[in-house]
Design a protein around this ligand. Sequence first.
Ligand code: 6PG
Length: 234
Amino acid sequence: MQQHIFDDKAALAEHFGQLLRQMSQEKEKIYIALSGGSTPKAIFDHLAENYQKQLPWERLYFFWGDERCVAPDHADSNYGMTKTHLFDKVPVPADNIFRVKGEQEPTKAAEAYEIQIDRTLPQENNLPAFDLMLLGMGDDGHTASIFPHEMTLWDSPLLCEVATHPESGQKRVTLTGKVINNARHILFLVTGSNKAEKVQEIIKQSGQWRNYPAARTSADKTTWLLDKDAAALL
Ligand code: 6PG
């Protein structure tokens, strides 16, 4: 498991942009599962501002690692956030965007998303293989929408499951461990001092690390991109 520490979000975002550019020079089609929440906003803003022409948007295919079960124009929608901060500002074809239909009944949305992923992505190890799995981490150690109280979802035989937010009860569709760990590269984008304790426990395999879904990714494929605040205890 590697980690890179950056002075601030802008430096982290620039590194991510360069990484994406390098990947797109090595392969024709790049399949990316995006993370949601607030951390990616600054990264998407940076790409929108600085990578209009520096990325082959027509060869990038976007999915999400998880989505809230809300309409695409709802304030909580990860698709809606990405559209606002990125897709509305760069020339990515609409056909290259595969959102979870958050407005549908959650189980139906999860089933449809699983079929979409299975049909669209190349297969490796008889599983759909993302080139890049972007993940965030909650301050409780969750990732995608697999929370510590539903750790069993990580080991589901399915590619997608319906999860429940522990506080709000909000339903979410999430990728499971088998497809997350089948990605070629797993990249955590984590910033902020409120994440520092869990980052330390997971990377140093100390404290309650085994209870955190974010600790379950394949170490040999995982890189943490951290700002100084999130890395303060390393
Ligand atoms: C989501 C995310 C989730 C997120 C973490 C961190 O839908 O909320 O995919 O896994 O990455 O909760 O969220 P912040 O970036 O808002 O801290």
